[in-house]
Design a binder for this molecule. Sequence first.
Ligand code: 48H
Length: 256
Amino acid sequence: MIEETIISKAIVESYLKDVLDSIESDVIIAGAGPSGLCAGYYLAKHKYKTVLFERGLKLGGGMPGGGIMFNKIVVQDEGKATLDEFGITYHQYEPGYFVADSLETTACLTEKALKAGLKIFNLVSVEDVMIREGCVTGVVINWSAVEMARLHIDPISFKSKVVIDATGHPSEIVHIVEKKSGGKLLTPSGRIEGEKSMWAEVAERLSLENTKEVYPNLYVCGMAANAVFGGPRMGPIFGGMLLSGKQVAELVMKKV
Ligand code: 48H
């Protein structure tokens, strides 16, 4: 015999336990695209208590869509070791160009990150941050459904030592901090420099150079790093995203 109310209680109690366990952590990541998942995997693997909030229902950000919905991604030589780390299958198309299935890549990143201990909450949007004495000290979240329905319902906050903006092109968390700090970002102009047009080679290099702290205790990685520091976009080549996620984890581990 199956009792429906036990199913309900099991889900509600288990979820609320996860929420309560996550209210204070070492690192909060906004965005479960390739860079955010990768960062979360490396941080969790090294025993940093890490919580990731993803606005969408599904994980992977822009990766499952590959290039123009052809579900393949390209990774260059530099990114190959990361594919190996996650057990992702790939083949060499031409010297230096490796092709992987974007669905397998998303699944492997997700599985490894979750198994390493990354706590992921999907359907939750980061809508603000907390700032104390010029340092980011956590995030303010709400249900994505509340955000989409534009309901006037107050959010709640989660505290962490560091926040990572892995929200991709819109670099939403840095935009919030730029607006509320009055342009005191650690960029050349103190403001968001803005994403430039496609140039894959330069973009891949800069996505690593631009992966760094952008405001005290706020780091930026992945596509958001180039959007914030003025790098170009790169199209469906994903090595830079994976390496940027790894690099931001290493930078955060040095700080925390
Ligand atoms: C919670 C949020 C919020 C929020 C957004 O776009 P992504 O895949 O990000 P990256 O940087 O890991 O990867 C970028 C890559 O997918 C890409 O777009 C490339 C390589 N483009 C090149 C080109 O030329 O176009 O994922 C970001 C994730 C998404 O899942 C969003 O739903 C989520 O962040 N998100 N989650 N709170 N405020 N904002």
